[in-house]
Design a protein around this ligand. Structure first.
Ligand SMILES: Nc1ncnc2c1ncn2[C@@H]1O[C@H](COP(=O)(O)OP(=O)(O)OP(=O)(O)O)[C@@H](O)[C@H]1O
Length: 304
């Protein structure tokens, strides 16, 4: 099959008079790890539910490896991990895996090997009720991976996990993508997904507002770079006057510039010679970029 793992074209979903998903279109390639980011209520879960065939779009089209969402072919190819995964507390991890393997018509032995892959081999005979949240999420992932799905949908998979559990979770996701499965992962936290995904799709109020690598989003946003020039109590005023920046404490001056002007501004600073003790260059943070595309960008005051 040459079809894309996922293809969406002008997908619309309306609840009463609310357009929860508004003409959203994008494709995923095999082995790609794509983050679906957006504020609360942006439409991420609604979109995932339509991809799973749990909700029917009011407009546009969705294809999962060339098949309609919810069809037997699409279901066989797709795995889903909901945000709050819940299992019967009295079952052990091993029993959960056997149960889902039988449901999916897969070999239970292969399913049990997945417990090792997610780091739960030692805890396999313990009851799920005694698992930590991170362990439950890993069990959820192991369950979702039964049958080698080609499209893996993860809804806020790391919310509530500590930094180490998050890191372990992303390492597993990386391994899965390396075997050719495609990952679509919804998340609020751009900082977390920076190094963990190949592409970011941002939804805002149901609309797709950005779709690209982080470097592309950074470039397209054209947000200002912050330069903090440190002088001394004697020189700060002169630095501020000559560079046109703002004094931010007794010794430092802050100024902002367009990405294309950065080198020229650094040359201006260098020309001040011994007046300057140090310079910090801070590019826009991931959160700034996210806020920009989500329409929540606060315009920086241009005066001091
Ligand atoms: N079944 C429903 N009936 C009515 N409105 C709904 C329904 N499901 C979702 N919505 C609305 O659609 C919008 C998108 O919701 P959705 O859950 O898709 O957002 P989300 O991006 O997943 O948000 P979050 O990050 O908070 O989970 C919200 O305004 C929500 O209230």
């Amino acid at each position: 099959m040459n079809e894309k793992p996922l293809s969406l074209q002008a997908v619309v979903k309306t609840f009463a008079d609310l357009r929860a998903v508004d003409e959203v279109g994008f494709d995923l390639e095999p082995g790609e790890r794509v983050a679906l980011a957006g504020h609360n209520g942006a439409g991420k879960t609604t979109l995932l539910k339509m991809i799973l065939g749990l909700l029917r779009p009011d407009g546009g089209s969705i294809s999962v490896l060339g098949a309609p969402p919810g069809s037997a072919a699409a279901r066989a190819a797709t795995a889903y991990l909901p945000e709050a995964v819940a299992f019967h507390k009295a079952l052990t991890g091993e029993e959960v895996m056997r149960f889902f393997a039988r449901l999916k018509g897969e070999d239970p032995t292969k399913a049990l090997a997945l417990l090792e892959r997610v780091g739960l081999a030692e805890a396999r005979r313990r009851r799920v009720g005694a698992y930590s949240k991170g362990m439950r999420q890993r069990l959820g992932l192991a369950q979702a991976l039964i049958g080698r799905p080609r499209l893996v949908l993860l809804d806020e998979p790391t919310s509530g996990l500590d930094p180490i559990s998050r890191q372990q979770f992303y390492e597993i996701i990386e391994e899965i993508a390396a075997t050719g499965s495609t990952i679509l992962l919804s998340s609020h936290a751009l900082t977390e997904i920076e190094a963990r995904t190949d592409r970011i799709v941002i939804l805002s109020r149901g609309r797709l507002v950005a779709n690209g690598t982080l470097a592309e989003l950074r470039q397209n946003a054209r947000l200002p770079i912050r330069l903090k020039v440190q002088g001394s109590t004697e020189t700060a005023e002169e630095i501020a006057t000559r560079l046109g920046g703002c004094r931010i404490n007794g010794r430092s001056v802050e100024l902002f510039c367009e990405p294309n002007d950065k080198v020229a501004r650094l040359a201006d600073i260098a020309a001040l010679g011994s007046l300057v003790r140090d310079v910090d260059v801070t590019p826009p943070s991931l959160d700034d970029i996210y806020r920009h595309f989500s329409g929540a960008d606060k315009t920086r005051a241009s005066s001091c």
